[in-house]
Design a protein around this ligand. Structure first.
Ligand code: NDP
Length: 314
């Protein structure tokens, strides 16, 4: 019987053991070096991106395993309905959750505010900082990132509200709010962390009214996607509420420098999309390992994790 073909478009960092395990179950071809015949026979593709040309070259694909947790960058209109697409949710949740905590602490403790002053020789103290212990935090999105944030928030003594679609009974969530009750989740909250994917339901979910539901001196951290927040509403809200802080790793434009108007606001703390420990070799290898393990499960007939519901995007 002909061996099944898996095409890897993952660069050169393939963990040896993952490759060896994959090779036990399938013929492995490398994108860019695979023959037209291997591409034609390909059943699985592991990749960050998926172009129309890829789909033409690989007409027998059954599964596409995306390397990133987010899949909003895909051209969903070009993807056939019967092609299974899996995200890589969970592959870098630990560094992203740590980054969310770093932004949360920097904002709550006004680290960047006072650091800038001290550097200029100004050691005056005119703003109070927050105490996280005992405060109310809303965690929007309870995938691996949101759940890890909830766990860390609980460890710091915060009361945790969770927001997602499917109800959760995890020990780190004190109160659950189901979509679409995002205002309920944010109402009177001191802090919020957005760990939501960008899909047709979450696009612009956070507008002026949602921001205004939080405390006036609140902190909102975004490590999900910029588009979950309405940019014009955010700018207006931040200008009107100088005590509120928006701390973000994610932006709206593919060229993030185009969003420097937001990053330049005095009550914004920004990092340039680095929450996934950008460039860290261990993180990238972990992402590839996580993606390949899902493909191996599929080849063994054990089923797939993180199958994306295309109706969230189309
Ligand atoms: P998952 O995709 O596994 O989890 C997403 C969560 O969001 C689930 O709890 C899901 O709830 C919830 N959700 C989805 N749609 C809605 C909705 N309409 N209303 C309420 N809740 C909703 O994700 P991860 O935790 O791994 O990642 C989340 C996002 O973080 C990714 O999609 C990606 O965009 C972003 N990310 C950012 C990185 C960065 O570098 N800044 C790095 C990695 C990821 P339910 O299960 O109930 O549907």
């Amino acid at each position: 019987m002909e061996r099944r073909v898996v095409v890897l478009n993952v660069g050169d960092f393939i963990p040896e053991e993952a490759y060896a395990e994959l090779f036990n179950h399938a013929e492995v071809a490398f994108y860019g070096r695979a023959s037209p015949e291997e591409l034609r026979r390909a059943e699985v593709l592991v990749t960050f991106r998926l172009t129309r040309e890829d789909l033409q070259m690989m007409p027998n694909l059954k599964v596409v395993q995306i390397l990133s947790a987010g899949v909003d960058h895909l051209d969903w209109s070009s993807i056939p309905e019967d092609l299974i697409v899996c995200s890589n949710a969970g592959s870098n949740a630990i560094p992203v959750a740590e980054h969310a905590l770093a932004l949360l602490l920097a904002a709550a403790k006004r680290v960047t505010y006072y650091d800038a002053r001290c550097r200029s020789g100004d050691f005056t103290r005119d703003r109070t900082t927050k105490i996280l212990h005992g405060s109310e935090i809303a965690v929007l999105g309870l995938g691996p990132i949101g759940m890890r944030v909830a766990e860390l928030a609980k460890a710091l003594g915060m009361r945790v509200r969770g927001f997602a679609r499917r109800p959760r009974g995890e020990p780190f969530i004190d109160e659950f709010f189901a979509y679409p009750d995002v205002r309920g989740a944010l109402n009177g909250a001191d802090l919020a962390v957005l760990a939501l994917p960008l899909n047709k339901h979450t696009k612009g979910l956070i507008g002026y009214g949602e921001l205004g539901a939080m405390k006036r001196d609140g902190v909102m951290v975004n490590v999900g996607r910029g588009g979950v927040v309405s940019k014009p509403d955010l700018i207006r809200f931040l200008r009107e509420n100088p005590e509120f802080t928006y701390a973000t790793d994610v932006f709206w434009s593919p060229e993030i420098a185009q969003d420097s108007d937001v990053a330049a606001l005095p009550n914004v703390i920004a990092t340039p999309w680095i929450a996934g420990a950008f460039g860290h070799p261990r993180v990238y290898v972990d992402m590839v390992r996580h993606a390949v393990s899902n493909v191996i499960g599929y080849l063994r007939g054990e089923g797939l994790r993180n199958v994306v519901d295309r109706s969230d995007y189309v």
